[in-house]
Design a protein around this ligand. Structure first.
Ligand SMILES: CC(C)(COP(=O)(O)OP(=O)(O)OC[C@H]1O[C@@H](n2cnc3c(N)ncnc32)[C@H](O)[C@@H]1OP(=O)(O)O)[C@@H](O)C(=O)NCCC(=O)NCCS
Length: 105
């Protein structure tokens, strides 16, 4: 694994991480997270030249797991934490999204 350069608590691949989208309850289910995620992926691909985006989710967050799957992320690892973030429930999933040039979002 090409690990993150800075010392981190949990083994994690180096690269871009997209974390922490939180939509107010009143506005959920209307495509806000999808719009934010699409914009972020397009910016990373077109402006930052990134070819991959990582994310991670608690094992106890099925809504976010479904969201990641529907956004095209692949689950690539499981662990007690990634980078310096541990999961309250003790387990989480690392996701990877390929950002192909000329592909979407
Ligand atoms: C997860 C969260 C960001 C989704 O935001 P949202 O604006 O409601 O999401 P969207 O309307 O853009 O939906 C995007 C996808 O999320 C998933 N999703 C959204 N609400 C869902 C629900 N109630 N149940 C299951 N999946 C759901 C679906 O895959 C959906 O895609 P679809 O519309 O094609 O079915 C929001 O529920 C939230 O803020 N949750 C609390 C914080 C959190 O868990 N953030 C993620 C941390 S990794």
């Amino acid at each position: 694994m090409d690990t993150a350069a800075a010392p981190v608590k949990f083994p994690s691949p180096s690269g871009w991480y997209g974390l922490g989208i939180i939509v107010q309850k009143l506005y959920r289910g209307r495509g806000v997270a999808r719009a934010l995620s699409d914009f972020r992926a397009a910016w990373l691909r077109d402006e930052a030249g990134a070819d991959r985006l990582y994310s991670f989710v608690s094992a106890e967050n099925p809504v976010s797991q479904k969201m990641h799957a529907d956004f095209g992320f692949q689950a690539v690892a499981e662990g007690a934490g990634f980078l310096n973030v541990s999961f309250d429930c003790g387990r989480g999933i690392l996701y990877s999204l390929e950002l192909k040039q000329g592909k979407g979002p």
